[in-house]
Design a protein around this ligand. Sequence first.
Ligand code: 13P
Ligand code: SF4
Length: 303
Amino acid sequence: FAIHAPYIKAINALKKERNAVILGHNYMTPEIFHGVSDFVGDSLQLAMKASEVEADVIVQAGVHFMAETSKILSPDKIVLMPDMEAGCSLAESITAGGIDEMRAKYPGAPVVSYVNTTAEVKAASDICCTSSNAVQIVNAMDADTVIMTPDQYLAQNVANESHKDVVYWPGSCIVHEQYTAQDLRDFREWNPGTKLIAHPECTPDVVAEADFSGSTSGILKYVTDTRPEKAMLITECSMASNIADELPEVEFVGPCNMCPYMKKITLEKILYVLHTMDGQVEVDADVAEKARHSVQAMIDLSR
Ligand code: 13P
Ligand code: SF4
C-alpha cells in the first residue's frame, strides 16, 4: 500500500472536509476497497447503504448504474462518479424500448430488472433485483410468467431455483460469460479439493459445475463460513484479493477475469472528483421517481 499512501491520506482528509462517504463495491482494487471505502459490499448492500447514509456527498467506487441507483435513492445528495465511462455490458444491453418489447411479447407478465440497468430501464420495470435476492423477488411476483432483464444467465439460474416460468432478455456480463464448465472440470482435475465458487452471472453449466453460487456478498459469506483449504472464485479478480487478508487459512487459487469497467475507478480519479466536485450524477426527476419505485419495492421485499 506504500505507493498509494499519499492518495489514501489525501482522499480520507478531503472526505471529512466534504462530509462525503465512499461506497466501494467488492470488485474495487484493494487500495480502494481497504484504503478509502467507508462501506463495502455487493450491489444490494450498497443500494441499501445509499438510502440510509448520513452525508452530503456519496462517491460511488463502482460502476455507473450503481451511482445512478444511489442518486435515485438519495436525490438530495451529491453523487460523484470518478469515471463516467465505467459502464457495464449488462446495463448497456437494454433500453426502455427493450422492456416495452418484452411486455408486448408477454402481456401481463411482471418485469423484474437486475439493478445492472440504467435509470430509464428501472423506471420502465415493475421491480428490481440483485443477484442476492433474485430468486426471492421472482418468487414473490403474483404471476406464473415473469420477465427478467437483462441478464440471460442470471435469469436461467433463477429459473432453476424458482417455480416460475422465467422469460428473459439476451444480455450477459462480459466477465462471467467467459468461464466455461470445461474450465471448471479441468481446474478440479488439476487441483483436487478446491472449492469452486461461482457468481450467478455465469452460465447455468458453470453454476451446475460449481460447489456454490452466490452474489459477491454470498461468496464472501460462503468462504467465511466454510473456510475451505483452497478456493477458486469464478468471478472478478479483485474479489479474492479483497477478502484474502481476512481469511489467511484459505488459499485462493486459479485464474480470474478482470472487469474493464470496474477497473476504470482509481484512487487518482476518486481524489480528482472529491477535489473538483466534477462527475456529478444526475437523473431526470420523472425517471428517478419511477425508478425509485422499482428499487424501493426490491429493498422492501429484501428486508
Ligand atoms: P453483486 O451484486 O453480486 O455484487 O454483483 C454486481 C456485479 O456487477 C457483478 O458482476
Ligand atoms: Fe457489469 Fe459484469 Fe462488470 Fe459487473 S462484472 S460491472 S456485471 S460487466
